[in-house]
Write a protein that binds this ligand. Structure first.
Ligand code: NCD
Length: 304
């Protein structure tokens, strides 16, 4: 039985296959509308979510399956003190596959040790978010026509931004990717990503605190929200939250074919004036998220 705990659980070949299925789903939705009939997806969200949970649910419904679960830990027995392992054992009896989000890093791994159905990590603390990465890869593939040989800037909260960690893990396995890591000193990428992923795979990277300087070199710009919920100190958050605000003025030096990504939700980091620029891809990411999650569910349930 296969899980998706980290993006490295899938080879590049398997990722290519998921992208291929997602593209086929987009072209021929009717072909897939009963593929997961009588199957049940449980969405267990111990942390807030809009896109990830609803796109999983919409994905399962689009495959003819059904969904159950909770979107607030306070409405589950974990508020009575039930352990995660017990919750997972129980939900394994009610569902065929589980997508879970949890504030603790490694919680999906713990879940996978006791689950009798596949576990999908829908975000664990400041660690990983592999299904957002699949969404990001599908978007880059559609926009650029390739997943290799481009320069990508990651801007904002690279310390706590789990979507950044997972996407870098994925990109480390493609050729010719250059990383520009744009953040204030306090929000730099953690060592376990820099040393164990970037340096081990000999990726080309630079670190800077200047979005302006980086801008003209970028093919893809991945903006992020400063992750308020991971800060220990409110004052630090308030000081850092508006470190980077992308507006049309900053985009004036950007390439004409830049692709601007953001996993959303956005707070202040992209001005709404950017939304109507054709380089803005963040709502396309939302659209792509449901397609790739449909492909993922089919694959993990061995329905394709
Ligand atoms: C991201 C997350 O939860 O890590 N959101 C998402 O799933 N699209 C990014 C964020 O919350 O900033």
């Amino acid at each position: 039985m296969k899980n998706l705990l980290a993006i490295t659980d899938f080879s590049n070949k398997e990722i290519d296959e998921l992208i291929h299925i997602a593209e086929d789903i987009e072209k021929n939705p009717a072909k897939y509308q009963e593929k997961a009939k009588h199957k049940k997806l449980a969405t267990l969200f111990f942390e807030p979510s809009t896109r990830t949970r609803l796109s999983f649910e919409s994905a399962m419904l689009s495959l003819g399956g059904s969904v159950l679960g909770f979107s607030d830990a306070n409405s589950s027995s974990s508020s009575k003190g039930e352990s995660l392992s017990d919750t997972i054992r129980v939900v394994s009896c009610y569902s065929d596959i589980i997508a879970m989000r949890h504030p603790k890093e490694g919680a999906p791994l713990v879940a996978s040790n006791v689950a009798s159905v596949p576990i999908i990590n829908a975000g664990d603390g400041g660690h990983n978010h592999p299904t957002q990465t699949l969404t990001d890869l599908l978007t880059i593939k559609k926009e650029k026509g390739r997943l290799d040989n481009f320069t990508i800037g990651f801007c904002g909260d690279l310390k706590f931004g789990r979507t950044v960690h997972s996407l870098i893990q994925a990109l480390a396995r493609y050729k010719g990717i250059k990383l520009v890591l744009i953040s204030p000193d306090e929000l730099k990428l953690p060592d376990y990503v820099k040393k164990d992923v970037i340096e081990k795979s000999n990726m080309d990277y630079v670190e800077t605190d200047s979005l302006e300087k980086a801008m003209p070199t970028l093919d893809v710009l991945y903006m992020t929200r400063v992750q308020q919920e991971r800060f220990f100190n409110e004052d630090d958050y308030l000081r850092l939250r508006d470190s980077y605000i992308l507006d049309m003025d900053k985009l004036s030096s950007a390439k004409k074919d830049l692709s601007i990504l953001h996993p959303l939700p956005r707070v202040n980091e992209i001005s709404i004036e950017v939304d109507s620029d054709e380089r803005a891809c963040y709502f396309k990411q939302v659209y792509n998220g449901r397609l790739i999650r449909m492909a993922l569910i089919l694959k993990l349930l061995n329905l394709i």
